[in-house]
Design a protein around this ligand. Sequence first.
Ligand code: ATP
Length: 374
Amino acid sequence: MSDDRKPMIECRDVQKYYGDYHALRGIDLTIREGEFFSLLGPSGCGKTTLLRTIAGFEDISSGAVLIDGRHMEDVPANQRPTNMVFQSYAIFPHLTVAQNVAFGLRRDPRGKAEKAALVEEALGMVGLAGYGGRAAHALSGGQRQRVALARALILKPKVLLLDEPLSALDRKMREQMQVELIKLQRQVGITFVLVTHDQEEALVMSDRIAVMFEGEIAQLDGPEALYARPANRRVADFIGVMNFLPARVIEDLPEGGARVEVAGLGVVDLPARQISRANPDDRAVTVGFRPETMTLIGPGQSHGQARETAATIDEVVYYGDMTYYDLRLDGAARLDGQARTVRISMRNVFGRDVQDVGTRTRLAWSPGSLVLFR
Ligand code: ATP
């Protein structure tokens, strides 16, 4: 997406203390109009606190929050152009669906008929047209969350803040609602800011993601860039599965590249774009790769990848559509005397045999899928 859309939310060096506890440590970010933006991180990293400072439910200790170009320091939550959807749906069970949605208009001066039309429009947006007369207590979890969404959207806020809105739903319903939320966001064009600890959810739904650890943004990027080029080992480990092998830099190459010896894989030349240097806490040099970038080949089979490494299958985990193989790499002990296993994943194409534990095999791979963390 082009980045010439106007900034909708700006956080400038936002600091937040709870007593002595430093919950937000200098957050700088700009979220653009119409963007689907996620705050992703483990429990306690400060993502909910950041969302609540945007909503105005929390004061900030220093820094600035602007929404649509306006400083928010003195603007109370109920006067900000934002609305929030919570994990617990906060639906009134004794009211009807329409009454629940109309609750979003309680301070609105419009007349009854006009409000009823707005309620019907909002219900239509979330796929609940015609459900207005139903009792809220009779709805499924997914339907309740839609009612909560309709109520939050009815006043057409500039920003919708979503605090783990899908985490109470079962997996199937959650996946369905993820797709519906994306469609809804595109349809209404409102800026969505989602808080989640679920990396898959963030990857599926977001235009951009801020990954947070301990009150700081570790990386802010689009889903593809986050997955393929994690800024440091911690981000790499948090998002998806990544194998790490110990490595040794043999020499620096022109234009920021490096020649590296990787345990089990041998010597490779990596260009600057495959090197992450933001690892001040990681003194050990490691090389990472995603499980799906490498593949097993049987005897006599050829492949399109540049390199081959001999290995033994240590573990096989069968998932139906996918099999994970843990492989012990020949020669992996050369660097530091320790044997190494790596995990790769292979799609189960019809007719391909699953290989057994103990089988000698060959791993086919390309240097282009490696990331050096130094
Ligand atoms: P979770 O997914 O568990 O909600 P989170 O990333 O959203 O995690 P926050 O809720 O933002 O984390 O909390 C960040 C840190 O601030 C936590 O250590 C939490 O204990 C602390 N904290 C949050 N609210 C308060 C409060 N009102 N008073 C004191 N400490 C708080």
